[in-house]
Ligand binder design. Structure first.
Ligand SMILES: [Zn+2]
Length: 296
């Protein structure tokens, strides 16, 4: 990572407009309903063994350097070849990326997304502006955890029920988190968070539109490819709002461009469990539209 050189740009998948890495941008200025994708200058896949966990893949993470506190408190996952589950399922080559405590400090893979997001924002001119987000679960817990590690402010909108029952922290005091409990449902929390993130001086964290979230989860595809020596044939992922599946797709595209790991995209299998099944429903209905009641 050399200061002064361009490491990556962000490209709108609809209009093609490119954005520099200098700002924390999550949406195209032309109001395109499309994602921005990270385009890395370096096209060859590298694993930097001088780092631990996902930081080994820093060449394909949207960051410029790695804060020592995030190295010391880095979250990761364990990649291994399954024997018992593989046998139970009748599979010969089942590789598992296990996201769990203690590899992920709070027990969820959202830790990967939080640590890279904080590093991303700190490497832009927007550094210092509070990140505004809404979450009722693991995202909130991971972002609270890493806001303490890295001492970066977040404004978190969640339901009162989530505050009481689900959101927790290892620390008694969380001076970098402003939590806004909402008396209402999760969609009220999301709406208020979205409105607040438009206030001057604050940043919308971006959710699935945030490339740090997607590229951090994409390291699972990178690691399994490192493990196998080639791209996997199939990729299974539980889906919340979908960034994991998109991330696997984007990482596989980069690996194909490298040229050493195969030419075929893995078949990506998404799964959701009831009652939160917006993508499953849309898929079953052959629709590209997510039902209103699931929409953010
Ligand atoms: Zn655009």
């Amino acid at each position: 990572m050399v200061a002064g050189t361009v490491k990556y740009t962000l490209k709108c998948l609809k209009c093609g407009k490119s954005y520099s890495e200098d700002h924390y941008i999550c949406s195209c200025e032309n109001k395109c309903d499309a994602l921005l994708k990270t385009v890395y200058e370096q096209k060859s896949f590298t694993v930097d063994e001088s780092y631990q966990g996902i930081w080994r893949f820093h060449q394909w993470l949207p960051i410029q350097k790695i804060d020592q506190r995030l190295v010391d408190h880095g979250s990761s996952f364990l990649t291994y070849k399954s024997t018992k589950l593989a046998e139970h399922l009748g599979l010969k080559n089942l590789i598992i990326c296990l996201n769990a405590y203690p590899h992920c400090h709070t027990g969820a893979f959202k830790d990967l997304e939080a640590e890279v997001t904080f590093q991303r924002v700190m490497n832009t001119f927007d550094s210092g502006k509070p990140l505004v987000m809404s979450s009722d679960g693991n995202n909130a817990i991971s972002f609270v955890y890493y806001s303490n590690v890295i001492r970066y402010p977040i404004f978190l909108f969640a339901t009162e029920d989530a505050r009481l029952r689900r959101i927790w922290s290892f620390s008694k005091s969380n001076p970098y988190t402003r939590l806004f409990p909402i008396e209402g449902d999760y969609f009220d929390a999301i709406n208020l968070g979205n409105q607040f993130s438009n206030v001057e001086g604050y940043l919308s964290e971006g959710g699935f539109r945030n490339v740090a979230r997607r590229d951090s989860v994409g390291t699972m595809t990178l690691d399994v490819t490192r493990f196998l020596g080639h791209l996997p044939d199939h990729y299974f992922q539980a889906l919340g709002s979908g960034p994991g599946a998109i991330a696997a797709y984007e990482a596989a595209e980069r690996l194909i461009l490298d040229g050493h790991y195969g030419k075929k995209l893995p078949k990506i299998h998404g799964s959701q469990n009831y009652p939160y099944v917006p993508m499953y429903e849309a898929w079953e209905n052959h629709s590209r539209i997510i039902d209103e009641r699931f929409q953010k």
